[in-house]
Design a protein around this ligand. Sequence first.
Ligand code: NI
Ligand code: MN
Length: 229
Amino acid sequence: MENKLTFLGHAAFALETGGYQILIDPFLSRNPQASLSAEIVPADFILVTHGHADHLGDTVSIAKRTGALVISTSEIGDWLEEQQVKTHSQSLGGGFHHPFGYLKLTYALHGAGLDGVPHGCGGNPAGLLLTCLDGTKFYHAGDTGLFGDMRLIGEERLDVACLPIGDNYTMGPADALRAVKLLQPKVVIPMHYSREGLLRQDPEAWKSQVEQETATKVRILNPGESISF
Ligand code: NI
Ligand code: MN
């Protein structure tokens, strides 16, 4: 079985695994980097790490169009249920055997706002740790600062990890390098940065440093590009 991961821009990914189409943090229609339109993207499941607009994105419209099940925290799930979206809620540290694999929500060091809802709270921000049906381990850190318990996630022997490097709202390149040392994934994909503006970073420089100092391979994906694993 092969798993295919496509970068959709910012922190959004499409993962094909076990015969299912899974969207992660589908921020598309308002994202100038997005490589796919929210009106046509297929989805069986949508995973949402936290309630900020650049992650919740087009979740509601895509879920309504496709009938996809949205997996997130209870607080985001309760709000989505009010929008007539099908949901499955989990909490940090809790895992569940979904048809596409075993998904655990992990700790993320970040904010809890629920954008678009005055004083809304999306609960604890999360990362996603997925054990695919073939045993492959995939980790999407969500928005997070560096935290020492990434070492515990690293004990899971990760195949692929997606880590923010944009700084300001999340880890920057230096802390993301330290994160790679704790997580020790076979492959890491940088996300949540841009080539200009507030989150401007140089992913090629980061790749050189990570590959000099660790055994992890860095794959820089442009929006629309995929890797198989
Ligand atoms: Ni955020
Ligand atoms: Mn964000």
